[in-house]
Design a protein around this ligand. Structure first.
Ligand code: IFG
Length: 535
């Protein structure tokens, strides 16, 4: 799947092509050949931009640089966000001003270039100033993420650094391949606080991810307060895998996550996993069990043993109450109803349940999302199925998904042996699972969402996007999350944003990001397959 442009710039990076937007005085060979000094070439951004035209003089930030904005709330917020990144490390005042002025950094909205779409942007860097132009605020936000990566990694430090704050000269014109670019965090197996989720949101935003799928409920825990069923959290939220204290979000805290994600242009997609993965529900309310007896809370890591009682009317009162309250808290388009591993629910019961659960989601004005087992029921029009198969998934299961796609169900691709960030890199990796095999950094990158299910007849048009799930059976801390997400997350984000791209070129860009993660205090796995700069 040859991506001409990134590969071209990879080669130039290696050859040190003069004027390839490398800032003056910097060695522009690949990181592994330039003693690890960062290479500021326009072509080193992740995800790879659609079009990169290096040339002209670099733009250098100084203590007189201002951030010029259109005088709207959204653009001002993006200007302040950018200043928030630049001020601590440069020590410059970097005023954000709606007053007209030349030079400096300009953030402009303009409807003139249709080709930029809702999330695209143009970045123009010249000796006289740097201009970011977009049709929508999201595009400006993504342009800011690119701008960050064009500055020295030290810009990510939270203390003043002495560096030449230079952006290579040239123009980047960029927009995403897929509109659905997701990261999932499983806060059910292990609970993660609002601040821990916010930190992950910031990391997802660095790589232009625009969906945060929150896996809020599972056998081991229920993590969102529901007024009409309070024991879901007081009982169901009281523990977690391994027997820890668990936890849950109040409605206010969930709203805080939603709003923070929104300020980074991520839409939150809450998942209420049903009818399987429901032990926390059943342990909280005896009356929701077929035999009116509640099972004990569960702190292990088995799957597939629990099922809601499909024939009980109370079950549907529960589903209606929960979806109603979650929908009221969720400004986004989707509610994810899970549907995976309902091994203790008969096929007929599964279909019956998913019919009724989907109808409730529609009743409250949301779009249905579910794991791809939804294809075995009757996906409603507009439903999105999240595919989590892998190389050993049986043809019959893949055919089922392809059948649903042919009838209009859109797919979000999360192949477990490529995008499951909870999987071990190698057999030496202490954390993580490996039921789908080992997922080294190159394996997480080396696949093409457009053709991944082509062999069962899934057309490119059926693919809505890509998502990287981070399951937490074995992950309990922020550093656990980060060492599994980095360095694989950027590669999945590139599969979601960019077209093409080959490992041998990408790995050079990826290697250059180590200095950024170090500057941000992000713990990452120094995989031997990546040519990290020499210390
Ligand atoms: N499969 C389960 C998850 C989690 C995962 C861990 C899905 C859709 C294995 N379901 O992935 O709950 O246990 O890798």
């Amino acid at each position: 799947m040859p991506g001409t442009l990134p590969r071209l710039f990879g080669a130039l990076l290696l050859l040190g092509g003069a004027g390839v937007g490398c800032s003056s005085g910097d060695d522009d060979a690949s990181p592994s050949q330039n003693e690890g000094k960062p290479v500021h070439a326009l072509g080193r951004v992740i995800p790879a931009p659609a079009s990169v035209e290096p040339g002209g003089s670099p733009y250098t930030l100084t203590n007189t640089t201002a951030i010029h904005i259109d005088d709207t709330r959204e653009v001002r917020a993006i200007g302040e966000y950018l200043a928030g990144v630049l001020r601590p490390s440069t020590g410059y005042p970097l005023p954000v001003t709606a007053e007209s002025g030349t030079g400096g950094i300009a953030l402009r909205l303009s409807a003139s270039d249709e080709s930029l779409g809702d999330e695209g942007y143009r970045l123009e860097s010249t000796g006289d100033g740097l201009t970011l132009t977009a049709r929508k605020p999201a595009g400006l936000f993504y342009g800011v993420q690119t701008l960050r990566q064009l500055l020295p990694a030290a810009v990510e430090k939270s203390t003043e650094q002495s560096a030449v704050w230079e952006v290579p000269g040239g123009t980047i014109t960029d927009s995403p391949r897929y509109s659905y670019r997701g990261g999932m965090i499983d806060v059910a197996r292990h609970f993660f606080t609002v601040d821990q989720v916010k930190r992950y949101i910031d990391q997802l935003a660095l790589y232009k991810i625009n969906k945060l799928h929150l896996h809020l409920t599972d056998d081991q825990g229920w993590r969102l307060a529901i007024d009409s069923w309070p024991k879901l959290t007081t009982v169901g939220g009281s523990t977690e895998t391994g027997g820890g204290e668990g936890g849950f979000y109040t409605k206010g805290q969930y709203t805080e996550i939603v709003e923070y994600a929104g300020s980074r242009f991520l839409e939150v997609i809450p998942e209420i996993d049903m009818p399987g993965h429901t032990n926390a529900i059943l342990a909280s309310y005896a009356e929701l069990n077929c035999k009116d007896t509640a099972p004990p809370l569960y702190t292990g890591i088995d799957v597939g043993f629990s099922s809601l009682c499909v024939d009980k009317p109370a079950t549907y009162d529960f589903v209606d109450d929960v979806i109603r309250e979650v929908a009221a808290l969720t400004p986004g388009k989707y509610i994810h109803i899970g549907g995976d591993e309902a091994d203790n629910t008969s096929h007929d019961d599964y279909v019956k349940f998913m019919d009724r659960a989907q109808a409730v989601v529609l009743k409250y004005g949301k779009t249905v999302m579910g794991w791809h087992q939804l294809a075995g029921a009757e996906p409603v029009a507009g439903a999105v199925a999240q595919y989590w198969g892998y190389d050993r998934t049986e043809a019959a299961e893949r055919d089922l998904v392809a059948g649903a796609a042919k009838k209009g169900t859109l797919l979000v691709l999360s192949p477990a042996d490529r995008t499951y960030l909870d999987h071990k890199y190698t057999s030496e990796t202490g954390l993580g699972l490996q039921w789908a095999g080992l997922v080294e950094v190159d394996r997480a990158y080396d696949w093409d969402p457009a053709t991944y299910l082509k062999d069962v007849g899934v057309e490119e048009g059926s693919v809505l996007g890509v998502e990287a799930p981070l399951w937490t059976e074995t992950l309990a801390t922020t550093s656990d999350l980060e060492v599994m997400a980095f360095p694989r997350l950027p590669g999945v984000a590139e599969r979601a944003w960019s077209t093409g791209g080959e490992w041998d070129e990408y790995k050079l860009r990826l290697a250059g990001h180590a200095a950024r993660w170090e500057a941000m205090g992000i713990k990452f796995y120094k995989s031997p397959v990546v040519p990290w700069p020499k210390p």
